[in-house]
Ligand binder design. Structure first.
Ligand code: F0G
Length: 457
């Protein structure tokens, strides 16, 4: 195995400590066995999410001091607009406070009750925003996405016949098509440029706007560079632009690839789309040139957009996630192959086959991994994604029952990855003795969101 060392060094240290076994038990009880119920200090290595948890560069910290806090027309907004134009090619830029705010203003402005939104697969908050306006997503991802062992290089791809069928079935009930790059819910798997171009052609043919959920667009472009023959000689920056060229608009959680702790974007190609979305931004987020962010946040984001396409950074990032995957594979742990861009998704159904899905094996695994190593990951299975069939009242379980370890950007070292792998392999060795399930006690009524707040026992 080739060593892929970190292309950065540590300038400021954030001390973390490992809570002992008794503290972990106490924290689990206090947090109702829900990983969202733990406090930061209860956790040694926090892989709950790669969202807003990355380390900013010294250039971003320097940019922060340039923040112009003017309510309207801040210089920092124009710095962001310029970075978006340079890196992504869009002329119209709407800042918002994070990705789900971008979703709120997009679906709130463009979708109405009864509408259908074809997707590869939406993430949980995205799905919830679609439900929130009375619309429904239609998953059109390729079948390979549901086979954790299948090593398809672009498991996030849209199945074009499924998309065509959705359009034929729902016709003018489709206000937009959306593709998530990379496909987070399906294991952080990329979408090929070829596939994006096919989707774009279908969308154009039917005159339906194509949106990308572009939270992890740089990782997606890096995968295209290393996996798509036709793109080998292009830079990641060029590939990213080619992906963006397929879309009419994008929504972005800037807390992922754009390397900031808070921020989001909607970018559109046309003024028309911009003005259809903008009023809701002013209503929900803030004026058009700050969208709920401080001027300093806009500066950090402008800088982060430029840094996210750095190929040395991306090579290390993707290799670090793959390294964790390799170590788990050596220990026999089942996970979604190939390793994702931002995370390893352990196949909890295969890890704990004796626990029925209705007892949330992914979340049992989260509890056990926390117990073992004070490591926090998150269950993405029945607890997060099961739905009720309105007609029959029966629970519809998701096809995948995954436990995700999301790797923060530029934050943990390869030796942290070794500790994580060792702890999980230790849990795997004692998997037969994990003989309990979880049940939901208290959970607020919130379609698609109850897993964040559920009390488990
Ligand atoms: N789209 C995707 C693909 C995401 O993964 C997320 C967030 C969002 C949209 C929403 O963005 O958090 O800034 O409001 N995903 C995080 C995660 C929370 O842990 O995967 P947000």
């Amino acid at each position: 195995r080739r060593i892929q060392p970190e292309p950065f060094r540590i300038k400021m240290v954030e001390p973390v400590s490992i809570p002992d076994a008794a503290q972990r038990e106490e924290a689990l009880k206090t947090g109702h066995f829900n990983m969202f119920g733990l406090r930061g200090e209860d956790v040694y290595i926090d892989l709950l999410t790669d969202s807003g948890t990355g380390a900013m560069s010294k250039y971003q910290w320097a940019a922060l001091m340039k923040g112009d806090e003017a309510y309207a027309g801040a210089t920092s907004f124009y710095a962001l607009k310029e970075a978006v134009k340079d890196v992504l090619g869009f002329d119209y830029v709407i800042p918002c406070h994070q990705g789900r705010a971008a979703e709120n203003v997009t679906f709130g402005s463009l979708a109405k009750p009864g509408d259908k939104i074809p997707f590869n697969m939406p993430f949980d908050t995205t799905r919830a925003h679609i439900f929130n306006v009375g619309a429904e997503p239609v998953d059109c991802v390729i079948d390979e996405a549901f086979d954790p062992e299948c090593r398809h290089p672009f498991k996030g791809n849209v199945d074009i016949p499924k998309l065509e069928k959705a359009i034929a079935t729902y016709g003018d009930k489709i206000p937009l098509i959306m593709v998530t790059i990379t496909n987070n819910s399906g294991g952080g798997q990329p979408v090929s440029l070829e596939n994006l171009r096919q989707v774009s052609a279908v969308a154009r043919k039917h005159k339906i706007p194509l949106f990308l959920d572009a939270a992890r667009m740089a990782e997606n472009a890096y995968f295209i560079k290393v996996r798509e023959e036709a793109c080998k000689s292009l830079s990641v920056g060029q590939i990213l632009r080619a992906c963006m060229d397929c879309a009419d608009a994008i929504t972005v959680s800037a807390k992922k690839d754009p390397l900031v702790n808070i921020g989001g974007l909607v970018c559109t190609r046309t003024e028309d789309l911009y003005y259809r979305i903008l009023p809701r931004v002013i209503l929900c987020e803030g004026f058009a040139t700050y969208g709920g962010l401080a001027g300093r946040d806009l500066e950090c984001l402008a800088q982060g957009l430029r840094e996210m396409v750095d190929e040395q950074y991306l090579a290390h990032r993707v290799a670090q996630v793959a390294y964790l995957g390799d170590l788990l594979e050596e220990g026999g742990v089942p996970f979604v192959k190939p390793a994702g861009g931002h995370a390893i998704f352990i196949d909890a159904a295969a890890f704990l086959p004796h626990i029925p899905q209705k007892y949330y094996p992914a979340d049992v695994l989260a509890v056990e991994v926390y117990r073992e190593g004070a490591i926090r990951g998150i269950g993405l299975g029945a607890l997060a994604f099961a739905t009720k069939d309105e007609a029959t009242g029966e629970t519809v379980y998701p096809k995948l029952e995954l436990f995700r370890l999301a790797i923060n950007r530029r934050t943990y070292t390869n030796s942290h990855m070794e500790y994580v792998a060792q702890s999980i392999v230790d849990v795997y060795k004692r998997r037969d003795r994990i003989r309990y399930g979880l049940e939901v006690g208290f959970a607020p009524a919130a379609k698609g969101l109850h897993h964040f707040l559920a009390h488990l026992h």
